[in-house]
Design a protein around this ligand. Structure first.
Ligand SMILES: [Zn+2]
Length: 112
């Protein structure tokens, strides 16, 4: 059976302060969120297929998408906030697969 799928996750990067929210019609705390989509095969081979940076209201989650320059102005990001296994899980899967393929070769090459 071939197992694959995808999902969305959201990471709260920072609070940018209070500002008026058009939906709530009040001053609300706004956050910068990173919303990303990951794709997986057998839950191990994972990679990120989409990223969106958003400035959104804490209460109603309405807001605007930020481009890279707006993002750097509001939240300087030094390292990728997406967890390693969601970004580069496919490299671990590949390493395990490579090791499994290597074992029969090594057994044949170096018999005990
Ligand atoms: Zn709001």
């Amino acid at each position: 059976m071939f197992v694959w799928g995808s999902g969305w996750k959201t990471i709260d990067l920072a609070v940018t302060g209070k500002q008026p929210c058009a939906t709530c019609e009040k001053d609300r705390p706004f956050h910068v969120y990173l919303k990303y989509r990951y794709v997986h095969i057998y839950y191990l081979f994972k990679w990120v297929s989409e990223r969106h940076y958003l400035r959104a209201c804490e209460i109603c989650s309405r807001g605007v998408e930020l481009d890279k320059s707006q993002l750097q102005a509001s939240v300087p990001i030094s390292k990728d906030p997406i967890p390693f296994m969601d970004r580069l899980g496919w490299t671990i899967g590949l390493a395990i697969l490579g090791a499994l393929l290597l074992v029969p070769y090594l057994i044949e090459k170096f018999p005990s």
